[in-house]
Design a protein around this ligand. Structure first.
Ligand SMILES: [Zn+2]
Length: 190
């Protein structure tokens, strides 16, 4: 009977955790307030998580431009330098240049070159590793909102899908998280 009790307890814990996370994702940010002269809205501390340099321009530039125009603080975490064709160092610099145009401060852009997170359709990225890296970024910068790929990785690239899964991996197993997860603008409109 003890095992049955443990199973029920685990299910209850999981349900409570899920409810907590879903409730948090619907709650407004309590971080700060900014007045733009006409309306008062919540300032978000946002983390854009992507797989390769150029993802920001190909998939997220309208989102980033809009968020920057609303004075939200945007951090970018790029999980690789995009070295599939041996042009990683060039692509890395291009990302910094793109961020200057998108008005994301360079000190808020982190580009990783981890041996287990290399660019490629045939490279499987550990969700556990991704979750740990993302967790560290959230803690370091007080992130309360994450933007990333949908479950198809937008374009279907395997690395994009792994990033999505890494975030969900973290979301499902951290019970009392205070950040929210979205991949659309609907939940961040003032
Ligand atoms: Zn990509």
């Amino acid at each position: 009977m003890a095992w049955l009790f443990i199973v029920i307890l685990l299910i209850l814990l999981w349900v409570v955790s899920l409810c907590k996370i879903l409730h948090a994702s619907r709650s407004p940010s309590k971080v700060a307030f900014i007045s733009n002269g006409e309306a008062v809205f919540h300032k978000r501390n946002i983390l854009l998580v992507m797989a390769h340099p150029d993802d920001e321009s190909m998939f997220f530039s309208p989102t980033v431009i809009y968020l920057a125009s609303r004075l939200h603080s945007i951090h970018i975490l790029c999980m690789s330098i995009g070295n599939a064709d041996g042009k990683g160092s060039i692509r890395k610099e291009e990302l910094y240049q793109a961020c200057a145009v998108l008005k994301v401060p360079v000190q808020q852009v982190k580009i990783l070159d981890h041996p287990e997170l290399q660019d490629g359709f045939d490279k499987m990225w550990s969700r556990n590793l991704l979750a740990r890296i993302i967790e560290q970024e959230i803690s370091s910068h007080g992130i309360d909102l994450i933007i990333t790929f949908d479950n198809y990785g937008v374009s279907g690239h395997r690395n994009h899908c792994d990033v999505h899964q890494g975030i969900w991996f973290r979301k499902l197993f951290v019970a009392f998280s205070s950040y929210t997860y979205v991949n659309t603008l609907r939940k961040i409109s003032p």
